[in-house]
Design a protein around this ligand. Structure first.
Ligand SMILES: [Fe+2]
Ligand SMILES: [Fe+2]
Length: 268
C-alpha cells in the first residue's frame, strides 16, 4: 500500500557566488554563476510540487563586503520556491545574516541556527562554521549549539526530523577531506541517536560530491556543489577533480514510511 506523502524538497549546496562571473579555480572550468543559473532553471522546471529548497551553505565564495551577498540574493531569489539556508565555512556569518537573510544589525547572533515545522516535519538548520579567528575549512559546534540540539533530540516527539548543516558530521575516511570535517561530529552524532526513531536524514554540503553514509541507523546525505565537483574514495590522500563536471542536486521525498533521496545531475 502506498505511504502518504509528507514533503518533497530539493537539496542544493555550495553555490560559491562570486561578483566576477568568470572567476575560476584550478578545479573549475567555468565560473560559479553560469552553472548555478542552469541548476536553478532545472529546479524551477521540476514537474512535481516542491515544498522548499534547502541550501547547505558556502553561499558566497569570498565575501569581502556585503555586496557579495546582495549579488547572491539577486541570483538565488530567481528560485521559485521558498529556500532555507545554513551558512558554510566560506560564508561570513555576520554578513550572511545581515546582507543576505535581512537580520537587523543589532540582532545578529554568533551562530545562525533555526528550527521550524513544515508539513508536520521538524526541520533543524544548524550553523557549523568554525570560530571566526580560524581560516581553516573545518566545522565546529559550540557547547550552546550542542545543548540546543540535545534539547530537540531528547524531547518526546513523533514528528519526522530533518537536520541540515554545512559540514560532514562523520569522517569520510579520505584524509584530505577529513581535515575539513565537523571537529565535534561524534558529539553531534551521539545527540542525534536520541532521536534515531524519527530522524529521516542529515543533509550537508561542503564536499562537492554526493555521498550517503549510514552509521547506527542514521543516514547522512551530501549534495553536489552547483559549481565544481570533486571525487573521493576510502583512503584518498589528495583531492581529485570529478571529470564529469556537471553540477547536481538531490531530490528528497518523505512519506509517512520512507525517505527517498534521488541524486540528480544536470547537463551544462
Ligand atoms: Fe564549498
Ligand atoms: Fe565548505
Amino acid at each position: 500500500m502506498a505511504s502518504a506523502h509528507l514533503l518533497t524538497f530539493v537539496h542544493m549546496s555550495d553555490t560559491h557566488f562570486h561578483l566576477n562571473p568568470d572567476y575560476t579555480e584550478p578545479f573549475s572550468v567555468y565560473g560559479p554563476r553560469l552553472s548555478t543559473e542552469k541548476l536553478i532553471e532545472t529546479i524551477n522546471a521540476l514537474p512535481m510540487p516542491i515544498d522548499f529548497v534547502l541550501h547547505t551553505g558556502d553561499v558566497v565564495h569570498l565575501p569581502e563586503t556585503g555586496e557579495s551577498y546582495t549579488g547572491a540574493r539577486a541570483l538565488l531569489d530567481t528560485i521559485r520556491h521558498p529556500v532555507l539556508y545554513v551558512p558554510g565555512n566560506h560564508d561570513n556569518v555576520a554578513m550572511f545574516q545581515h546582507n543576505f537573510m535581512g537580520v537587523p544589525l543589532d540582532q545578529i547572533t554568533p551562530t545562525y541556527d533555526r528550527v521550524l515545522t513544515i508539513n508536520n516535519v521538524q526541520v533543524v538548520l544548524l550553523d557549523s562554521h568554525a570560530p571566526a579567528d580560524s581560516s581553516d575549512a573545518y566545522g565546529y559546534l559550540t557547547d550552546a549549539q550542542l545543548e540546543w540540539m540535545d534539547g530537540i533530540c531528547s524531547m518526546p516527539d513523533a514528528r519526522p526530523l530533518v537536520v541540515a548543516l554545512h559540514h560532514h558530521t562523520l569522517p569520510l575516511e579520505a584524509p584530505w577531506l577529513d581535515t575539513m570535517v565537523l571537529l565535534n561530529g561524534d558529539a553531534l552524532h551521539n545527540i542525534l541517536l536520541k532521536a534515531r526513531s524519527r530522524i529521516r536524514g542529515v543533509f550537508y554540503g561542503h564536499i562537492h560530491e554526493s555521498v550517503a553514509t549510514v552509521r547506527d541507523g542514521i543516514a547522512y546525505y551530501s549534495a553536489q556543489s552547483t559549481w565544481f565537483q570533486t571525487r573521493t574514495w576510502y583512503g584518498a590522500e589528495q583531492p581529485v577533480s570529478d571529470p564529469l563536471i556537471n553540477p547536481g542536486f538531490n531530490l528528497v521525498t518523505l512519506t509517512e514510511r520512507d525517505t527517498f533521496v534521488r541524486f540528480v545531475r544536470i547537463p551544462l
